[in-house]
Design a protein around this ligand. Structure first.
Ligand SMILES: [Zn+2]
Length: 325
């Protein structure tokens, strides 16, 4: 029945009917949800405004309740274990939060706990240690109207050409930049321009906050040490990014998962080296964020499992439509 209904038809159906369709569809799919910030609103923070994936706490509650109603929610490690054992994944689901926003602790863990469901927080280890995400520095430059000035600075030091119009997107193009080098230049620029990010950087969970998580069904995973675009880095740089975060995870007295969440998570954000490093350090697989609802699992050339995730919109009906798509 769902197959004959196109997305165009589905969006006009009332919620109760969509729920029935979702119950039927659940036997065919394996959704892995990818959340980032969980706040009521992000407008008062120039690092977050308009450019960050955010779902409000109430909507996260609705979406997770629905997931629990129609799917068996597994901890991430167990989900990957199912694939390895050749079991069918249909009807299973999992929940992830990438980047380690502190709003996840404040606004999502109480919901996970109330619903008694597991989830994994994919941390960027240098952010937990108090660093600033290079994408936030880019957002900072945009929000302060400094794009032209920054591009002038890059020109002056004889480095890379970026267009003002596509600055945000181009700055993460692995074909154009090594994001580690770009990050260094932004650091220099912000120092030179006497801007500091201290006041506005406090959006990620700290080591203390991480220590304070007592809900037992939360596990932690690797989202690298600086969230650079891995495919634009050298093999050695990639190794350092992945292994540094793994070493940090091991130093925590927490339950961790052997799965790499690839920063940005699209098809161009990783390469053969990425998968080979993850395999070498004993990981079970990698998580992408290409926006698909899994209808099976993919095994890479190196025998590593790859599962995709999608980012729920801040709207429960659209979330259901994505699950039904
Ligand atoms: Zn991320």
């Amino acid at each position: 029945m769902i197959r004959v209904l196109t997305a165009r038809h589905l969006k006009y159906l009332p919620l109760p009917l969509l729920n029935i369709l979702l119950k039927l569809k659940s036997k065919e799919i394996t959704p892995i949800l990818l959340y980032h910030a969980v706040m009521d609103q992000t407008d008062n923070n120039p690092l977050l405004s308009g450019k960050i994936h955010n779902v409000s706490p109430e909507i996260v509650y609705d979406q997770l309740s629905l997931l629990k109603r129609y799917f068996t929610i597994l901890p991430l490690d167990e989900l990957f274990e199912q694939v390895k054992s050749g079991r069918n994944l249909c009807g299973l689901g999992s929940i992830t939060f990438d980047d380690g926003y502190k709003s996840v602790i404040e606004n999502a863990i109480p919901t996970l706990s109330a619903l008694d469901i597991p989830a994994t927080i994919m941390i960027v280890s240098n952010l937990v240690k108090g660093g600033v995400l290079w994408r936030d520095k880019i957002r900072f430059i945009i929000s302060k109207g400094l794009v032209e000035d920054f591009l002038g600075y890059l020109n002056k030091i004889g480095s890379m050409s970026l267009s003002k119009e596509n600055f945000y997107i181009d700055s993460k193009n692995p074909g154009k930049f090594n994001s580690k080098q770009l990050d260094r230049m932004i650091e220099e620029y912000l120092k030179f321009s006497e801007f500091n990010l201290i006041m506005e950087k406090n959006i990620y969970l700290s080591e203390d906050m991480l220590d304070g998580i007592t809900y037992k069904k939360v596990t932690f995973g690797n989202h690298t040490s600086n969230h650079y675009m891995l495919s634009g880095l050298t093999k050695e740089e990639q190794y350092q990014e992945i292994v540094d975060c793994e070493t940090y995870l091991q130093s925590l007295n927490k339950e961790t998962v052997k799965v790499l969440s690839i920063p940005f998570g699209g098809p161009d954000s990783y390469n053969y080296e990425t998968i080979s490093i993850a395999k070498k350090i004993g990981y079970r697989g990698v998580l992408l964020s290409d926006g698909k609802v899994n209808k099976g699992s993919e095994v890479s050339r190196l025998g590593m499992l790859k599962l995709d995730r999608f980012m729920p919109e801040n709207d429960t009906k659209r979330y259901i439509l994505t699950l039904l798509s």
